[in-house]
Design a protein around this ligand. Structure first.
Ligand code: ZN
Ligand code: ZN
Length: 647
């Protein structure tokens, strides 16, 4: 290494540790190449100013060398210079240099200790931060509020509790920075009670502490409390808006999330960022608000928000969940530096829409081109693709490869796909065996999948056997009870039906109401079975009757055998006729131009009768109808459905 005589001759070697030697050696190597003369040789009295004005690591290294050269390590001003050097190295990302500097300091003072703890904390070196904190205490130096707010950045809820006792011991519990740090730690750990206690005692609530508290409420799903605090804040930044919008979106209040997003735009500031649009797009995909989602896409393009991989993934997810797979593919193709999450979104999108071959092609492409390793989510998408296309052998092979090739332990969702795959192929006994032999407890999704297949394939005896078993279990999912009662009804076992009904009554289980939505002119309209709430109710029911006549002339016979058995036939027919998805379709028919496609969203699985009816409506009206139910997408066109009548 070529050494600069400037530094090499005057280094006080005995005061250097190895790490600092590295720093000085780099200084030596780079000094001559990039330095300006003034940084190379600053006057001793100007050193502090030079450190403050340094723009690069090279400059800091040269000043460091000068300090050593002027032998200022024993100068009374050295602690200040040392602290400034420490901060300068840290601000240029040279964490090792800055910590090495600390370790070579004899008798570091509180300020240097605090700076070092802060550097370690914000750079994720939690153990180092704690070691420094302990070292500080054993040096008989009392920590101050900055020390605490620095060490708190390294704390978990558990270690935070310990530090909290120190905070109280040193009488710093009311300091706004320390209290904010404590609220943040309790909030992150989901300890709402402790967070609340600290927060309530704060004499002054900062923006950061209020936002931490909102995060805490939102994490618990307590969106009311979060919103109340949000509304009380006199100052809000984009972080607080994001926490609130995302809180709504993640906890089943997508419409509120979108309303708040609109309020943010109407307010004009702060400006939304990537996180805001990702949360808003997620809300769109939950309620199928395609028009709103498209609008957000345009908004992103026309604003300063970067179309990074996270935003693109949210768009892919929104477009595919809102029924527009074509647009999802366009975004995917334009996504820069696709990560595994982006690939997963597209694979899942293809699978949901029944484009199984495309999903499997992408699964291979992803590994071949990018070398990315599939995750458990990738396998859910891929297995769903196999299940939706009835690719039994491929599905089983992929399921087995998870553990054997990729070391991924199957979760309940993967078993769910496998069971649904076997169920579709009519291999019900095998599916039942797999459920019984799993090393985890089956959930209601799994059971409804296998029971649904029993119903579909007319395997009523096996269905009954499973039903008897499940009745003995303590199951609270209403969907399973409905399936049980359907299976009993199908085999004509009305005692069984009564038994299930009584059980539901006893346990207070209510059938989850079916809700269908359709978006017209940027507004999402919601329908429940038999609903007459809508303003256009009269026209909707007239359209229903008209459609009913027309489909009957196309040979439609209502499939009433799954409707509650004690209703009269005409009653049964009527109750089918007013299923929520049909109300939504009828509203779509009267509110859009002839021939334009309709997109319907249903929270439960579409029933087989509505499926048949929708196929016929697509034929009669010449419209494409896309329906997303709990399980997948159905693309109805000219009298048939993309699911080939299996879902
Ligand atoms: Zn129906
Ligand atoms: Zn279908």
């Amino acid at each position: 290494m070529a050494s600069s005589p400037l530094i090499a001759t005057s280094l006080p070697q005995n005061q250097l540790t190895t790490a600092s030697a590295t720093a000085t050696a780099s200084a030596t190597a780079t000094a001559s190449a990039t330095a300006t003369a003034s940084f190379r040789n600053p006057p001793p009295e100007k050193l502090a100013v030079f450190i403050d004005n340094s723009h690069s690591v090279d400059e800091v290294l040269q000043i460091h060398a000068a300090i050593l050269r002027h032998n200022l390590l024993i100068h009374p001003r050295y602690p200040v210079l040392n602290l400034k050097l420490h901060r300068a190295y840290a601000s240029h990302g040279k964490i090792r240099h800055s910590l090495a500097l600390f370790h070579q300091t004899i008798d570091p003072d509180l300020f240097l200790f605090t700076a070092a703890i802060n550097t370690a904390s914000i750079n994720g070196l939690k153990d180092q931060a704690f070691l420094l904190y302990v070292q500080l205490l054993s040096s008989q130096i009392n920590p101050n509020e900055f020390t605490f707010s620095s060490i708190l950045k390294s704390c978990s809820t558990k270690s935070g509790k310990l530090i909290h006792t120190h905070v109280l011991k040193f009488g710093l519990g009311l300091d706004p920075y320390v209290a904010t740090g404590l609220v943040d730690i309790y909030a992150k750990g989901g300890d709402v009670v402790s967070a609340q206690k600290v927060f309530d005692r704060m004499p002054e609530r900062s923006l950061v502490s209020s936002t931490a508290m909102i995060t805490c409420y939102a994490k618990q799903g307590n969106v009311e409390a979060a919103r109340a605090l949000f509304d009380r804040m006199c100052e809000r930044d984009i972080v607080s808006w994001n926490v609130m919008i995302d809180g709504y979106s993640q906890h089943g209040f997508p419409s509120d999330a979108l309303m708040l997003f609109q309020k943010l735009l109407a307010d004009g500031k702060p400006k939304p960022d990537e996180i805001t649009v990702v949360a808003a797009l997620s809300a769109c995909s939950q309620i199928g608000a395609l028009e709103t989602g498209r609008w957000i896409h345009v908004f992103v393009n026309s604003s300063r928000i970067r179309l990074n991989v996270k935003v693109c993934t949210a768009l892919i997810d929104m477009y595919s969940k809102c029924g527009s797979l074509e647009e999802a593919v366009l975004v995917f193709n334009d996504t820069p530096r696709k990560d595994i999450v982006a690939w997963n979104a597209m694979i899942t999108g293809y699978a949901m829409h029944g484009y199984s071959q495309d999903a499997l092609r992408l699964f291979d492409e992803m590994q071949g081109i990018t070398g990315l390793q599939p995750t458990d989510i990738t396998f859910i998408g891929t297995l769903q693709a196999c299940a939706h296309a009835g690719l039994v052998n491929e599905g089983i092979q992929i399921f087995e490869s998870m553990g054997q090739e990729y070391g991924i332990k199957p979760k309940i969702e993967h078993y769910g796909c496998l069971v649904s795959l076997l169920g579709r192929a009519g291999q019900l006994k095998r599916a039942y065996e797999i459920i019984k032999n799993m090393n985890m407890e089956a959930d209601s999704v799994l059971w409804s999948s296998v029971l649904g297949s029993c119903k579909l394939h007319g395997e009523f005896m096996l269905g009954k056997e499973i039903a008897e078993y499940l009745i003995g279990q303590n199951i609270s999912n209403s969907g399973i009870y409905v399936l049980l009662s359907n299976i009993y009804a199908l085999v004509g076992d009305y005692e069984g039906v009564a038994k299930v009904r009584n059980l539901m009554k006893e346990k207070g289980i209510v059938k989850e109401p079916g809700i269908s939505t359709i978006e017209i002119d940027n507004k999402v309209h919601e329908f429940r079975a038999g609903d007459r709430e809508h303003l256009k109710s009269k026209e909707i029911y007239t359209m229903l009757r008209k459609m009913s006549e027309r489909i009957k002339s196309h040979g439609y016979v209502p499939n009433t055998n799954t409707v509650l058995h004690d209703l009269e036939e005409t009653e049964k027919e009527r109750s089918l006729q007013v299923h929520s998805e049909r109300l939504a379709i009828a509203y779509g028919l009267i509110s859009t131009k002839p021939g334009s496609p309709l997109k319907i969203f249903k929270n439960l699985r579409v029933c087989s009768d509505c499926h048949t009816v929708t196929k016929l409506i697509s034929k009669i009206t010449g419209r494409k109808i896309v329906m997303r139910d709990r399980n997948r997408f159905h693309h109805f066109s000219d009298g048939s459905c993309s699911c080939d009548d299996f879902w």
